[in-house]
Design a protein around this ligand. Structure first.
Ligand SMILES: [Zn+2]
Length: 259
């Protein structure tokens, strides 16, 4: 029975997983950080996980592709002015790299050679880790996607921002309304750079979070609704389901390119 195949490892037993040959694993990757005053610290973990589970279910139902969603990684990279906030946890690049390397090594030896990392935290920069991993595991397929950026936010939201904003708040209202404290929400207003060259994005530097935002949010959550979140996350999950279908059909890197 297709519908009985487990796709969410956090809620699965060995008895349910044993005997199924999974095509692909998904690793949700978030952070442990404040999200304005109204969303939980684990918002980036929860949303990347929940969208991934929706995608895995769709891929199973529509394409018979068997995907396992791993428990989310809570270890995210933080900017100056964030780690000073209570319980905001900064993990160094080397720690994140060690975590990913151990996960990939385990999957490889279990015969699971396709991994999609669904990232939920803008401060995570994981591409270099994947380039290094492909030196050691050249036959693996390791992909990265920021779930919140798969589709244009402006097509789903009235006033999207970039942290604990209308997009993230809508998604949380859809999946976990019991975890959202709209009565505590700040307006997510932010302070632009004074230097014109930084406003023009001539160069990047990590924004000092305590100076750019008063409530840790960037973007007003006030217009968020569960309906907007449902529509957006469903469409993202469908995109991922289509990706899982495509990825499941590939065996060699040469198949990825037209010749
Ligand atoms: Zn977030």
């Amino acid at each position: 029975m297709k519908s009985s195949i487990a796709v969410d490892l956090a809620a699965s037993t060995f008895g349910e997983v044993q005997g199924t040959n999974y095509d692909i694993a998904i690793l949700p990757w978030g952070a442990t950080e404040p999200h304005n005053r109204h969303l939980p610290y684990l918002t980036d973990c929860i949303l990347s996980h929940d969208v991934a589970v929706d995608a895995a279910r769709l891929a199973l139902q529509q394409y018979d592709v068997k995907t396992m969603v791993l428990p989310p990684v809570m270890m995210g990279a933080q900017n100056p002015g964030q780690r000073e906030l209570p319980f905001c946890l900064h993990y160094r690049q080397r720690t994140q790299q060690a975590i990913l390397s151990d996960i990939v090594e385990s999957l490889f030896h279990q015969g699971i050679h396709k991994l999609l990392i669904v990232n939920g935290h803008g401060g995570n920069t994981l591409k270099g880790f994947v380039r290094d991993l492909l030196v050691d595991y050249p036959s693996m397929f390791i992909l990265i996607s920021d779930w919140y950026a798969v589709l244009p936010a402006k097509e789903y939201f009235d006033d999207p921002g970039d942290h604990a904003d209308e997009l993230e708040t809508s998604a949380m209202l859809h999946y976990h309304p019991e975890l959202v404290r709209m009565d505590l929400a700040g307006d997510g207003s932010s302070h632009p750079f004074t230097l014109p060259s930084l406003r023009q994005k001539t160069a990047w530097l990590p924004r000092h979070w305590n100076l750019v935002s008063d409530d840790t949010g960037i973007g007003n959550p006030g217009l968020a609704t569960a309906e907007k979140g449902a529509r957006h996350t469903h469409d993202v999950a469908q995109r991922y389901a289509d990706l899982l279908r495509d990825l499941a059909a590939v065996n060699e890197a040469t198949e990825l390119y037209e010749h």
